[in-house]
Design a protein around this ligand. Sequence first.
Ligand code: TYM
Length: 329
Amino acid sequence: MQTMLSGIKPTGRLTLGNYIGAIRQFVEYQDEYEMYIFIANLHAITVAEDPTELKRNTKDLIALYLACGLDPQKVTLFLQSDVHQHAELGWMLTCHTYMGELQRMTQYKDKTAKGETGITAGLFTYPCLMAADILMYDADFVPVGVDQKQHVELARDLAERFNNRYGETFRIPQPLTPKVGAKIYSLQNPTKKMSKSEANPKGTIDLLDDPAQARNKIKSAVTDSLGVINYDPQNQPGVSNLLMIHSSLSGESIDAIVERYQGKGYGELKKEVGDIVFDFLSDLQKRYKEIVASGVIEEVLREGNAKASRIAEKKVRKVKKKLGFQILK
Ligand code: TYM
């Protein structure tokens, strides 16, 4: 069986973009792959995080993973900081990464271009830690949204570099992005990614938003003045975004939706998408509440952490040997 791995940072609340671009794939593939899914809390502290909020977001993320349909019998669910080998392997890979490679990472480039202050060294070396996450478990595939593809490609490069220098050590991973919904856009600014950190709450649908409010956000989504329903991300980004959200949640193809909507207006499309989102969030939140009330989270994490740690320990021991670290027998 091939292996799949992915993670999400517990910063802010999870958005519909995280679900459509990432979690939906985890659930879809859990029967076919040996699956490792984790909470990337070491990555979360690359920007300043309030500890109380981080803790709350971490618990929410685990509960949401389960509420979205991840089955702990099939998936190893763990907390990155509880598997200390991630930081260890992260360092070893940092020492095999060139400054130029990290300077070319678009997420880092965007932040510096915006003149953001307080960029930490951790934010700069973040992709090395992400490579460690991936290479630790010999992942064949890494399901992610488009914004993370470049980081997975760096992990590939680092795996190849390490294997060439020290002999076969890591499997070469491949990013896996969904055909529809690899990038969901802000409802208010549909050329920008829907993001946990977006300032305008009307642009983002959080998975824990009140469903009725979420429906209103869809109703007030920015579209255009062309008045025809087409899938044309260049010229009609707002309408195309709504079509992607619809198709991802309903399973109906974009072509079929467009066909049904010929001669109809944006109001009708928004109503249908709003209702789909309303139903999706209502079901999800019902399961989320049951999971929180059941108290299963700790047990799931304890088991997942233990399994991940066993594999990580073996891998790091192998890497240390290759690097010439192992002196004691
Ligand atoms: P993060 O927490 O920013 O995002 C989690 C996942 O959600 C996807 N995503 C989106 N997809 C579609 N449309 C959007 N608007 C949208 N916003 C976010 C992201 O592409 C991602 O797949 N560095 C990672 C976490 C990480 C990781 C890893 C992922 C750490 N180690 C190893 C995979 C493998 C991150 O910050 O994702």
